[in-house]
Design a protein around this ligand. Structure first.
Ligand SMILES: [Zn+2]
Ligand SMILES: [Zn+2]
Length: 107
């Protein structure tokens, strides 16, 4: 269980109590649907999850977000565009690797 944290959307200024998982890097603004990062000191990302490879995907239709770590992952990492299906609504989504904004110093 995680206690709610106050998040504020940098785009529309909407502030709300986020009570979802903190083991992720951000969430979607309930007002304008843009990506709102969870501040670093509020995140509780387990070390194992940080190492596990995966591509975070968000569905443009239903807003569902998840980390894809399936069979196409090597293709995605090699820069190919891959179609995967949203597990929530079934929409096919084009996925390709995004440049990581922040590169944390490794080991
Ligand atoms: Zn917003
Ligand atoms: Zn969806």
């Amino acid at each position: 269980m995680s206690e709610p944290v106050e998040l504020k959307c940098p785009r529309c200024g909407h502030a709300w109590k986020y009570s979802g998982s903190l083991s992720r890097y951000g969430t979607v603004c309930p007002s304008c649907k843009s990506w709102v990062p969870i501040p670093r000191d509020l995140r509780r990302i387990p070390p194992s999850q940080r190492i596990r490879r995966g591509v975070s995907v968000s569905c443009p239709r239903c807003g569902h977000e998840w980390v894809y770590s399936g069979a196409y992952l090597p293709l995605i990492y090699s820069g190919k565009v891959v179609m995967i299906m949203c597990p929530a609504c079934g929409k096919k989504i084009r996925v390709k690797i995004k440049q990581q904004a922040q590169t944390t110093a490794s080991p």
